[in-house]
Write a protein that binds this ligand. Structure first.
Ligand code: ME8
Length: 510
């Protein structure tokens, strides 16, 4: 039986339209999902929308529409974003669905039965923008207003509330982090989370009474569940929980919750504590990636610099955008999005390094080998060295992808591409044509072989372009996973006429 791999994106708030930040998280998860599928795993990839809470209720009111109508519309914009980014999710969850309400109610009941939730009264600071409670000590003042570390304004809230006994779970969480050093990545976030937990946890307010757009607390419908308890539960809901016979039940616990650094506390502290308290298994890993700015500035509606993923894709092409997002910044660190940097990577790395290598190789095969895969003769040490480097790629990439080291994994592929470019220049198959056609055939076959490994391992990042490249290399559709790489294609396989996969981008604004 195949090993299971369950990866999730955060479920996005529907108070906003999808932008580059959301596309980034979803693309990174998509690369994980595609890589694992090619590597023989049984993958479940989930994304969706977070539709309850005060923030969404207010956004709907501003538009003058009922919250459900509002969320239906914005949720479909996130579905469209997933489509335009080539996201291969297996399910799309909305927290307003019946299946989700049922899972949340069940989780709540279990926590109640175990004495983990009690009724009290909350008075303290709340930031609607973050849907988060803050301690007085975390706040600063600006223009006479209290501001949370995220920059969101907070308001004083006094209301009856149910509480989760989070304060009981601090030591167990610390023990859990110690035992599972890979639970939080990258290490800087792990340290941050551990020092937050060490500083002492207070019980968490988990219900609200001052608005109604949420899942009612079982048995006390004056309260709706705190939107983060509702939202985090989505990851369980999608596995069919609490039905342990559901077709996806075995995907729990999740292999990876991918999140932005803004929401690591919810995923790495509250979520495992809630699960442990309910007697349920905890996810295996939470990875918090960094933040994108746009041409050096924070992305914001007021600055008018919010980048719509669909516009980028229309202009630069889907795979170039996907490649750029994962290549430009070491995953986990913050990055700046600039069109100049994107165009430079498109032209240097995609069009020149990889595109030209493929085009040069395949057009020589078309012209001088009757468009058929040439026969490989005796290998020289240079041939063997290049092939060995290409064949080592899956082995090198696996541990990097498992740690979400996307840019490092791509660098490994580019080392091979650069070596192949040096090889083609040095071997000069265009000259061998006149002096030694047998040797020319071997060189071209080493190159098509190398390209096959390269294109296969790059499929998760650039699925469309690599499918085209594999078509041109004569690789049948059922021989494109990692396991198939071991079997060479038959000599003489007829190749289609080569066509450039990555055109150079000419900037009309330059
Ligand atoms: O937090 N750079 O939803 P959200 C990089 N509903 N990533 C960015 C980004 C940027 N500038 N802006 C947003 C929520 N993101 C909750 C999640 S999960 C149970 C509930 C990405 O719509 C990043 O992944 O505010 C961030 O964590 C997420 O969008 C926040 O999406």
């Amino acid at each position: 039986m195949k090993t299971k791999f369950y990866v999730t994106t955060p479920i996005y708030y529907v108070n906003d339209v999808p932008h580059l930040g959301h596309a980034y998280t979803s693309t990174a998860c998509d690369v994980m999902a595609r890589f694992k599928r090619l590597d023989g795993y049984d993958v479940f990839f989930l994304t969706g929308t977070d539709e309850h809470g005060q923030k969404v209720e207010k956004a709907a009111a501003r538009k003058g529409v009922a919250p459900q109508e509002f969320t239906d519309e914005v949720s479909s914009a996130f579905r469209e974003m997933a489509r335009s980014m080539g996201i291969s999710n297996d399910d799309f969850i909305r927290t307003t669905e019946v299946r989700h309400k049922a899972a949340c109610s069940e989780l709540w009941k279990r926590l109640m039965e175990r004495g983990e939730i009690y009724l009290g009264s909350y008075s303290g600071w709340y930031a609607v923008r973050d849907e988060a409670f803050y301690d007085e000590s975390e706040l600063t003042e600006r223009d006479g207003k209290k501001i949370a570390p995220s920059g969101a304004e907070v308001e004083w809230v006094v209301e009856p509330s149910y509480f989760f006994r989070l304060s009981n779970w601090g030591d167990k969480l610390l023990e859990f982090y110690e035992k599972n050093p890979d639970f939080i990545g990258p290490t800087s976030r792990r340290n941050e989370v551990m020092s937050f937990v060490k500083s002492g946890l207070k019980d968490l307010s988990v219900s609200r009474t001052s608005f109604t757009w949420g899942i009612p607390v079982p048995g006390d419908a004056k309260h709706v569940m705190y939107v983060w308890v509702d939202a985090l539960t989505n990851y369980l809901t999608a596995t069919g929980w609490p039905d342990n016979q559901a077709p996806r039940a075995e995907f729990w616990p999740a292999s990876l919750h991918m999140v932005g650094k803004d929401i690591v506390r919810f995923h790495a502290v509250y979520w495992p504590a809630l699960l442990m308290a309910a007697g349920l298994p905890t996810p295996k890993r939470v990875f918090a990636h960094g933040w994108w700015t746009i041409e050096g500035e924070k992305m914001s509606k007021s600055l008018g610099n919010v980048v719509a993923p669909g516009d980028l894709v229309a202009r630069y092409g889907l795979d170039a955008v996907r490649y750029f997002l994962l290549r430009e910044v070491p995953f986990g660190q913050d990055g700046d999005f600039s069109r100049r940097a994107l165009i430079s990577r498109m032209n240097n790395e995609l069009a020149n390094d990889l595109g030209n290598l493929a085009q040069r190789t395949l057009s020589l095969v078309a012209r001088h080998c009757e468009g058929r895969l040439p026969v490989r003769g005796v290998l020289t040490p240079e041939d063997s060295e290049l092939l060995a480097a290409a064949e080592a790629l899956p082995v090198k990439m696996r541990p990097l992808i498992d740690r979400q080291g996307f840019s490092e994994a791509l660098e490994e592929v580019w080392k091979v591409i650069r070596a192949a470019n040096a090889y083609i220049d040095h071997q000069a198959p265009w000259s061998l044509r006149k002096t030694d056609v047998v040797r020319m055939a071997t060189v071209l076959r080493v190159l098509t072989g190398t390209l096959r490994w390269v294109a296969t391992v790059l499929q998760p990042v650039m699925p469309g372009s690599m499918a085209k490249m594999l078509d041109q290399l004569g690789v049948p559709e059922n021989a494109r996973d990692f396991a198939a790489l071991g079997a060479p294609l038959p000599d003489g396989t007829v190749l289609p006429a080569p066509q450039g996969v990555f055109p150079r981008y000419v900037d009309d604004a330059a």
